[in-house]
Design a protein around this ligand. Structure first.
Ligand SMILES: [Zn+2]
Ligand SMILES: [Zn+2]
Length: 129
């Protein structure tokens, strides 16, 4: 997929990514679950310089651990991305991309050992502890 445009719930934060694969990962770690009210879906990580924002004023940043920051729209609260500041790589919330998400491929689950028992995905995925 090339030049995908995504936007938050209120529409004030718009990001464009120049190139991205179709593959998605779900994270079951406690921090992602708390932020997302459940397991968190991510696009494959892309280099920071491939992502462009319409403006930065509405992008809130939360440093959730060393070298990690979580971006959100500070107007509507939509989770935007998960960024590794050391490697300058960013995984994006795939739901920003609206109708394009129908072509995505859910292929990997991480922090699987942290997954609570109350849900389980039927998708055939690679599971990492
Ligand atoms: Zn917003
Ligand atoms: Zn996580």
């Amino acid at each position: 997929m090339e030049n995908l445009q995504g936007k938050c719930l209120c529409g004030k934060t718009v990001l464009t990514v120049s190139q991205i694969t179709h593959d998605l990962t779900v994270c079951h770690c406690s921090m992602c679950r708390k932020q997302a009210a459940g397991p968190m879906f991510y696009t494959e990580r892309v280099p920071d310089d491939q992502i462009h924002f319409n403006q930065r004023q509405t992008v809130g940043l939360y440093p959730s651990s060393k070298e990690i920051e979580r971006g959100f729209c500070n107007q509507c609260g939509t989770f935007l991305f998960f960024r590794n500041t050391k490697h300058q790589m960013t995984a994006i919330n795939p739901e920003l991309f609206d109708e394009q998400i129908s072509v995505l491929n859910f292929e990997k689950e991480i922090y699987y050992d942290d997954k609570p028992d109350y849900y389980i995905f039927a998708n055939k995925t690679v599971k990492r502890p």
